[in-house]
Design a protein around this ligand. Structure first.
Ligand code: TYD
Length: 144
């Protein structure tokens, strides 16, 4: 079980998932509140992404997510409003946990890449910061 303090906004980390491997291939499984620190309320995936596409470009007020490269690879640029970092996702056994109040951008998708996202809530446009200045204002004010 992964311990997670819900109030610690602006937090990312890699999560290692289990894998059952045998000569027939590999199997990885994910259970909400066990391998990811929230009940899984939504799953979505990106595919047919042009190699020069940029996705993301937003943050969330409350949503927590874990992002996986099920196939291929892509880059995630992460910004907590103070520090920027980047992760190259290419291993379907490793997910990037992204807490609320994290600006994320995704690019450099390999051909045929599939990005799967597990989310803590259903889709809600009101949960998005789509303007970077609004996001940094919220971070600096400690606004939820
Ligand atoms: P968006 O979150 O901006 O995509 P990305 O971060 O990958 O660039 O969503 C793109 C569009 O898809 C937007 O019109 C909202 C819609 N959408 C849904 O309807 N449901 C969802 O679960 C998601 C993630 C997006």
């Amino acid at each position: 079980m992964i311990e997670q303090n819900k109030s610690s906004a602006g937090h990312v980390r890699l999560i290692d998932l289990p894998a059952v491997t045998d000569p027939r291939g590999d199997l990885t499984f994910i259970e909400g509140e066990r391998h990811v620190p929230f009940p899984i309320r939504r799953v979505y995936y990106l595919y047919n992404v042009p190699v020069d596409a940029e996705r993301g470009g937003h943050a969330h007020r409350d949503l927590e997510q874990v992002v996986f490269a099920l196939s291929g690879s892509f880059r995630m640029k992460i910004d907590d409003g103070k520090t920027k970092s980047e992760y190259w996702l290419r291993d379907p056994r490793k997910g990037l946990y992204i807490n609320r109040l994290i600006w994320r951008e995704m690019d450099s998708f390999s051909q045929g890449a599939v990005c799967m996202v597990l989310a803590s809530h259903p889709y809600d446009e009101n949960d998005y910061f789509r303007d970077y200045d609004d996001f940094t204002l919220a971070v600096n004010e400690g606004v939820k």
